[in-house]
Design a protein around this ligand. Structure first.
Ligand code: PMP
Length: 429
């Protein structure tokens, strides 16, 4: 990391060296961010950037949204922490407000601190409730970096060379762009039936998936996939887990929860990132029956369900509703998607433009026919866009998909600016 480029970012070398082992920098010439305001970020020199990645889809209602900041400050001055050995109204009211936003009988909320923890708990609940062990997940999936969730991930880049747990089975990814069956969800689902009969005792604990894969590169699961798979999993004794870490809280525009896009009702829902607008907060929501399967032993989590994060989480729910951010994501997202579609007509390197609301992807390929990933080009365009003042994300196994997932307050004018800057950057290739 001791390259002149990195040193030029303003971070003292001894500080960089201290973080070196964990460093995963997004840019060749890294950016140091010291301040944020709604959809903008500022570096240490005061330069403003338009943020199209929201700290990896974590900032939902806007950087330092005043209502969230104020709620956190007020609760911080009143009571910061006691753990769940005592009751606290902030936490209880938050649980109720979150449960009120869930369909069906998804009425019991556990708070934890990260998406990985939430998915760990969901996997444990599925196994305890069903008495089965095997879990079906998707190739190209990402559900966390804990020992438990690493096994569910379907990309080698996120798997440390060590045992990945056992009982995880990765089904064909129902990827409409790269998959063998296009947008035919039920055809991909047949692979799940095959997996259950070939790789498990015929009984499974559950199935876990996002409706639009985030880290995987904004891949919307093929139409009709989830209804078909949920049916198979339940017939094999399992429960269905929806990972809403990135797709929740209205980001996809058409619905408040991503799973609603496929008309399914999960048994367990996990959420993180946008739930706290940047605060370390996550949750698992399930039915009373499934929740009861944990009651035979004690459960404890020191920071899960703390008053400060709960105050922030409640403010996020209020802001999403009051500022009608789901509708806003639908409107701005549709405009952005259509402008990106226009860009694809002029730049052959764009192989696919996809997603919903403000969860969009632009996949770059060297050749539209072979779909060979344009990895280096993606990195170069991202670097140029950063130099021009727009911070983008990228993902997909080959790092050739732009992930456009800004704070949900992103405006139509911001969308236009982003596309114009992308146009310039693509033209420079
Ligand atoms: N699920 C999904 C869909 C995610 O995108 C992530 C984080 N990228 C996680 C789970 C894990 O969340 P965390 O990093 O908070 O553990």
């Amino acid at each position: 990391i001791n390259t002149p480029d990195v040193l030029a970012c303003g971070c003292p070398p001894e500080q960089l060296a201290a973080m070196a082992m964990a460093l995963f920098l997004h840019f060749k010439k890294p950016v140091m961010i010291v301040e944020g305001k709604m959809q903008y970020l500022y570096d240490e020199r005061g330069r403003r950037y338009l943020d199209a990645f929201a700290g990896i889809v974590t900032v939902s209602v806007g950087h330092c949204h005043p209502e969230v900041t104020e709620a956190v400050a007020r609760q911080s001055a009143l009571l910061q922490h006691t753990t769940t050995i005592y009751l606290n109204p902030q936490v209880a009211e938050y649980a109720k407000e979150l449960a009120d936003r869930m369909p069906g009988n998804l009425k019991v909320v556990y708070f934890v601190n990260s998406g990985s923890e939430a998915n760990d708990m969901a996997l444990m609940l599925a196994r305890l409730y069903t008495g089965n062990w095997d879990v079906v997940c998707l190739r190209n999936a990402y559900h966390g970096m804990s020992i438990g969730t690493m096994g569910t991930c379907g990309q080698h880049t996120w798997k440390q060379p060590m045992p990945q747990g056992f009982g995880y089975h990765h089904a064909l990814n129902p990827d409409p762009y790269r998959g063998a069956f296009g947008d035919d969800g039920p055809r991909y689902a047949a692979d799940v039936a095959d997996l259950i009969s070939a790789a498990t005792p015929g009984r499974v604990a559950g199935f876990v998936a996002e409706t639009i894969q985030g880290v995987g590169g904004a891949v919307s699961l093929a139409s009709g996939y989830l209804p078909a798979v949920y049916k198979m999993i339940r017939e094999a004794g399992g429960v269905c887990i929806a990972d809403e870490v990135q797709t929740g809280f209205g980001r996809t525009g058409s619905h408040y929860w991503g799973f609603e896009r496929q008309g399914v009702l999960p048994d367990i829902v996990t959420m993180a990132k946008g739930i706290g607008n940047g605060l370390p907060l996550a949750a698992v929501v399930t039915t009373p029956e499934i929740a009861a399967s944990m009651a035979g032993r004690l459960h404890f989590n020191t920071y899960g369900g703390n008053p400060v994060c709960s105050a922030g989480g409640r403010a996020v729910l209020r802001v999403v509703d009051r500022e009608r951010l789901q509708q806003h994501c639908a409107d701005v997202g549709a405009h952005l998607l259509s402008r990106l579609g226009g860009l694809a007509q002029r730049h052959d390197i764009i192989g696919d433009v996809r997603g919903a609301g403000l969860m969009l992807g632009v996949e770059l390929v060297k050749d539209r026919r072979t779909k060979e990933p344009a990895k280096a080009e993606t990195a170069a365009v991202m670097e140029t866009m950063k130099d021009l003042g727009v911070l983008m994300g990228k993902g997909g196994l080959h790092g050739n998909v732009f992930r456009i997932k800004p704070p949900m307050c992103f405006s139509r004018a911001d969308a236009d600016f982003l596309v114009d800057v992308m146009d310039v950057a693509l033209s420079k290739l």
